[in-house]
Ligand binder design. Structure first.
Ligand code: NCD
Length: 331
């Protein structure tokens, strides 16, 4: 399904079918082959990003990318900005706090406005699930979802898959425990979709109050006991407690949560000896993860995830603008 040794992107057959989608809304729209295609394309940028050159390519020269973030972000916004600039594009960040949305403009009107600016790609983060699709339906250029409500965060799942593949040599046949606030997490949703699709055993580990109803239908094993859930795992992926999305009392206290579900050095011993530790950030140290674990020099891959984020976003921007750039074989 997914080769252990990444193929260079050039090995794929040319033609518009290589990536048939106009937008990147969610992992749910992708096949395993398309996921591998993006990961392989990202590999080439990893090395180039390490070479330190400010700009690596002029592939996107003359194109304008708008980052429209209606919700806070540090790493996702920055890495999309860096990704666009390294490919030679003009990148404009829309400050949602100053946008007309705050003045009561509808999302459709905002979409029409963005469209009238003739952007070549729009990257959107929004607090409402489905908002990105709504805008994608109204604009003429490719739209990339940088996180919509509790729905999806596809580039995060892609960068996580790339990080796992680089550390484990493969991203299939692994036992992966996704632990914490699964209910409110678009990161969890996109990762469950991607990692099950690629043929891994995915476990979700959370208190019952932080599990979505009927989560088993996503082909995951469900654990409410953290020790049981991470036993023998190859990958332990921790999630932030998304307090801003909680509209009630889901937990007795942060201290008790840490006691029962925090990733401590002792608990980590239950996972495989060479298990890697992941977190999409931002981390709540001392709540879902202890600092000593988060900063573990060999086991934690948290900063690698950030690094892979730039490469994956370069690959996505490149692939989705190929039709526009009339790259041969893309129609
Ligand atoms: C996540 C997000 O915003 O969905 N962060 C990220 O993109 N790296 C997760 C979170 O906010 O906890």
């Amino acid at each position: 399904m997914n080769s252990h040794i990444p193929r260079p992107a050039s090995d794929y057959p040319p033609g518009g079918d290589a990536f048939p989608h106009r937008h990147l809304i969610g992992i749910a729209q992708l096949t395993p082959w398309e996921i591998s295609y993006i990961l392989d394309a990202a590999e080439q940028w990893v090395e180039m990003n390490r070479s330190g050159a400010a700009k690596h390519d002029d592939a996107l020269a003359g194109l304008t990318i708008i980052n429209a973030f209606f919700e806070n972000s540090t790493r996702t916004l920055l890495s999309f900005e860096i990704a666009g600039k390294r490919l030679g594009a003009d990148v404009v960040n829309m400050n949602a706090a100053q946008s007309s949305l705050k003045k009561g403009e509808t999302l459709i009107d905002t979409a029409m406005t963005l469209n009238a600016m003739r952007a070549d790609a729009i990257v959107i983060r929004h607090a409402s699930s489905g908002a990105v699709q709504l805008i994608a339906d109204k604009v003429d250029c490719p739209v990339l979802n940088a996180g919509d409500g509790r729905h999806e965060h596809p580039t995060q799942a892609l960068l996580d898959a790339l990080t796992i593949r680089r550390n484990k040599g493969r991203v299939e046949g692994l036992t992966i425990a996704i632990c914490g606030d699964v209910l409110h997490s678009r990161v969890a949703r996109s990762n469950i979709l991607a990692l099950t699709l690629l043929g891994n055993e995915v476990r979700v580990v959370a208190p019952a109050t932080l599990l979505p109803p009927a989560i088993e239908r996503m082909h995951v094993q469900v654990f409410t006991d953290m020790d049981e859930g991470i036993k023998g795992a190859d990958v332990v992926m921790m999630l932030r407690l998304q307090n801003e999305r909680m509209d009630g009392a889901y937990l007795p206290s942060a201290r008790e949560y840490h006691e029962l579900y925090g990733l401590t050095p002792k608990r980590l011993e239950l996972a495989k000896e060479d298990a890697i530790i992941m977190h999409p950030g931002p981390m709540n140290r001392g709540v879902e993860i202890d600092s000593i674990v988060a900063d573990h020099p060999t086991r934690s891959v948290v900063t690698q995830q950030v690094e892979m984020g730039v490469a994956v976003r370069m690959a996505c921007l490149d692939i989705l603008t190929r039709r526009k750039r009339k790259v041969s074989g893309w129609n």
